[in-house]
Every structure is written in C-alpha cells, then in structure tokens.
Design a binder for this molecule. Structure first.
Ligand code: GLN
Length: 309
C-alpha cells in the first residue's frame, strides 16, 4: 500500500495543533546540563514517504539533539564492520531496565542485553572506535548521506556538557572493559558514544534518514542500496522490541511500529514499505520518552492505520 505524504498533511496539522495539551505533563531531560535549558514547549513532526514526498507540521525544521536515536545508525554502521562478531558481544532482547542501568552488565557477565541500552551502544561505539579512524565523522557522514543533508552535524557543546556528567556511562564502560567486552580505551569509547548522541538533526532530516529502514535499505529516490538487503528488517525488529526501552511493550501496543526514542525528546518510527516518521517534543515521561511525541505517534498510527499488526 503506498501513501502520498500530502494525504497525511491535514492529520499532521491537527496533531501539531493539539500537541500543547501535553505540555507540562513531562520534564525536559535533566542529565545533560545543556539540554535542560531547551524550551520545553516545542513540537515538530515530519513524515517521509517512499514516493519521495515529505509532510510536516510544527517545528519540523528545528534541529534538536537526537541522543539515543543515534544508536540505530551506529548499529547499522557497526554491522557493516562485524556482523557475526557483534552479536557474540551484544544480545537482542529487551532488558526490562532503564537505558542506563548497570545491573544487567553484571548479571549477563558483561554482555549487554541489546544495542539500544547504553551498555550495548557502548559496545557498538567500541566497534566503530576500533575500525574507523574518526568514528564521529564516520557517523555524521553516514547520517548526512541518509538524510540528504550536509547540515547534519555533531553539537560539540552538547557532547562536552554531557561528558561533564557522564559518570554512569563511564562506569558502564569500565565494567564492560573489565569483562573483556571493549577493545578500546573506555574513555575513548564513552567520548565517541557521547558525540554520536550529540548529533543534531531536524524532524525532516531524521525522517529522511530513517526512510531506507522502510525500504529494505534502499534510498527512496535513487534506489541505491544504502544498507545491505535484510538489514532493515533486522534493525526494525530490534527497534520494535527494544527501541523504547522498558516502554517498548506499551509502545508496540499503542502505536505498533518499530521506533527509537532519545532523551532529546525525539522519536523516529518506521512503517515498513510505506514511510518513516520523526517527531520531537522535549518533555519526557518517567521512562525517558517524549510525552507529546508518544501521543502524536499513537494518534497518527491510529488515524492513518499504520500499525504493523
Ligand atoms: N546520551 C544519553 C545517555 O547516554 C542518551 C540516552 C537516551 O537518549 N536515552 O544517557
């Protein structure tokens, strides 16, 4: 079933109009000092469809910190380097813990539950730090290519701000190193990971970057195979089961799409063979997911009948 972006425009406009209802129900991320200063009352949404169309509403062209959404793209890159090997080092099951929890590292003897919790993303960042000369440039270059935008960049101020308080990620990296699951210096790995998270993108750029995940890895416009065939299906399955951490089950129930959230307030969702959606609103719920973003995706999936189930 194909969907033209223009058909969705009125629904997106209505969703953006209703977004202020959710303002005040969550809290802006407090763990990254610079992000704590972001104006909470913002909302943007963009949909990129396989015919090359884009529909937007609200602040869809305002750059924001993609944070953990970067884990989807760093995973895609790391799988290029070491598919089999990565899965000996990281699992593929939900953790049932907060994204930055350390308890599972001990319980699983240094093998993180999945690539989307911080310890798993640190192992992914280790793969990229080991193989790429400049891992941050490699990731940003990949995002630019996927999003068709040279504007995409790392916000070095956000990275610096997070590194000043990243004690829990340093602890996770030290523990992983102790278990022999990091090959590089843990400080270099935390630095690369934190800079990946500090990638700054708009909803439009993020929706375009995720579109190959809805198209078996192909660029919607040129047809170029940007990810090996079959990878999108696998990455989407991980997004569905682990993308919203311990809210993944609730999200699958209410929205029914593979998705990934970040503490910058963004959520990206994939509708296989149809479209990719990016939504952003900075206030987060107790599990670290955007309150207005979650609600917007629930309504969009319901009213446009997008659930994969
Ligand atoms: N950089 C953040 C952290 O490591 C990302 C967390 C997130 O977006 N869930 O805690």
């Amino acid at each position: 079933m194909t969907t033209a972006a223009a058909e969705l425009a009125p629904l997106l406009a209505s969703i953006a109009e209703d977004a202020p209802v959710y303002f005040g129900q969550g809290k802006v991320n407090g763990s990254i000092p610079l992000l704590a200063k972001v104006d909470p009352k913002q909302f943007g949404i963009a949909v990129a469809t396989l015919d090359g169309g884009i529909a937007t509403a609200g602040a869809a062209n305002v750059p924001f910190s993609i944070q953990s959404i970067s884990k989807v793209f760093s995973l895609c890159l790391a799988l290029d380097y070491m598919e089999g090997d990565l899965w000996t080092r990281v699992g593929r099951n939900p953790s049932g813990q907060r994204f930055n929890s350390l308890t599972r590292i001990e319980q699983e003897q240094g093998r993180p539950m999945n690539p989307f919790v911080n310890p798993g993303a640190l192992v992914v960042a280790d793969c990229l730090t080991e193989r790429a000369a400049t891992p941050v440039h490699t990731l940003i270059g990949f995002l630019r290519k996927l999003a068709h935008s040279q504007r995409v960049n790392c916000d070095y101020e956000v990275a610096k701000s997070e590194l000043s308080t990243a004690f829990r990620n340093y602890a996770a990296a030290a523990l992983l190193k102790d278990y022999g699951n990091l090959r590089c210096d843990p400080r270099a790995v935390v630095s690369a990971y934190t800079h990946f998270c500090a990638a700054s993108m708009t909803c439009v750029e993020l929706a375009k970057a995720a579109l190959p995940l809805a198209n078996d890895g192909r660029d919607a416009k040129s047809g170029a195979q940007l990810l090996p065939a079959g990878r999108a299906r696998r990455v989407n399955s991980l997004m569905l089961t682990c993308g919203l951490y311990d809210a993944a089950g609730d999200f699958a129930y209410r929205v029914g799409l593979p998705a990934k959230s970040g503490v910058g307030g963004g959520i990206v969702a994939v509708v296989p063979n149809r479209m990719a959606i990016a939504v952003w609103s900075p206030e987060l719920d107790a599990l670290g997911n955007s309150v207005a973003g979650f609600a917007a995706l629930e309504r969009l999936a319901r009213d446009a009948d997008l659930s994969v189930f």
